[in-house]
Design a protein around this ligand. Structure first.
Ligand SMILES: NC(=O)c1ccc[n+]([C@@H]2O[C@H](COP(=O)([O-])OP(=O)(O)OC[C@H]3O[C@@H](n4cnc5c(N)ncnc54)[C@H](OP(=O)(O)O)[C@@H]3O)[C@@H](O)[C@H]2O)c1
Length: 267
């Protein structure tokens, strides 16, 4: 149980997934979404659905701002005058920097940037956390540990790497899973069964790596018998430069994250 109070502003994909796991796991959870009924539709008995942003944010330890980036700074300006000095503001918004956030808040308000991904809905998220405030960073880590793994970053620019790898990564892995699925279908298996086999195989490979701590190269070695089926398949992947394609896809995503949002989009 987390010994602090939390408010979540915005109960969409990210805020909603976080709320589901946090309800009953922290001292007090308050929810607010500008779309009427969205917070209550989550049906969380252990959360207090608030009818105004002021009600949600008054005297809480930590506020998670889970809005689309374009609405974040206006909302911070709206709540800035009613915030307690030690309330930590945690933003999940892509491209909105610590300087942007601090610029819309009272001086010295603790601010944290996080980059989660959607697997947090199943307790399997991967979240990067950056803050200049140690206490706020620690609390945020504790919170996001409830929905998966977290990594504390040394430098704000590393958020862009997390965005490219863990934020966009599920789509890249899904592309590989889609290939496994289509191949199973073309070979004669039913579509639903093919999808299940492909996804479970990807999950199994990931769990094996995390549980054993071994490198992907070592897992490849263990699966590959000289002259066997895996070796044949890997040879095809090598001719298509599969690994290099993945590296370049992630590099393109990181570059896009680094380019950030224009000032117009943020305001
Ligand atoms: N989705 C992902 O995979 C992902 C991954 C990492 C980070 N993020 C970041 O997470 C943030 C939220 O993304 P999302 O996909 O969860 O968005 P979302 O599903 O659109 O949820 C945001 C919710 O907040 C509501 N809202 C808008 N303005 C508000 C206000 N002033 N006060 C309270 N609620 C307000 C929105 O209502 P309206 O629909 O009326 O605007 C919507 O219901 C984004 O900044 C994104 O960059 C997303």
């Amino acid at each position: 149980m987390l010994e602090f109070t939390v408010a979540i502003l915005g109960c969409g994909n990210i805020g909603g997934a976080l709320a589901q796991r946090l309800a009953g796991a922290c001292k007090e959870l308050r929810l607010f979404d500008s779309v009427s009924g969205k917070a209550s539709d989550l049906g969380l008995a252990d959360a207090q659905v608030c009818s105004s942003v002021t009600e949600a944010t008054k005297n809480v330890d930590l506020i998670v701002v889970a809005l689309k980036p374009s609405g974040v700074l206006a909302l911070l300006r709206e709540i800035s005058e009613t915030l307690s000095a030690n309330t930590a503001i945690v933003s999940v918004a892509a491209g909105v920097t610590i300087d942007d956030l601090s610029g819309s808040l009272p001086k010295d308000q603790p601010v944290v940037r996080v980059m989660p991904n959607l697997a947090m809905a199943f307790g399997q998220g991967m979240t990067g956390v950056f803050s200049k405030n140690q206490e706020a960073s620690k609390k945020t880590n504790q919170l996001f540990s409830l929905v998966g793994r977290t990594v504390e970053l040394d430098d704000e620019s590393q958020i862009d790497i997390i965005t490219g790898v863990a934020g966009s990564g599920p789509a890249f892995i899904a592309r590989a899973i889609s290939g496994l699925k289509l191949a199973a279908e073309e070979a004669g298996l039913d579509s639903t069964v093919s999808g299940e086999i492909a996804a479970q195989t990807a999950l199994g490979a990931a769990i094996t790596l995390l549980e054993t701590g071994e490198s992907p190269e070592r897992l490849i070695e263990r699966v590959t018998t000289p002259g066997g089926t895996t070796e044949k398949g890997l040879a095809v992947l090598a001719t298509r430069e599969f690994q290099q394609s993945m590296i370049e896809a992630v590099e393109a995503a990181i570059l896009k994250a680094r380019q950030g949002m224009s000032d117009k989009e943020k305001s």
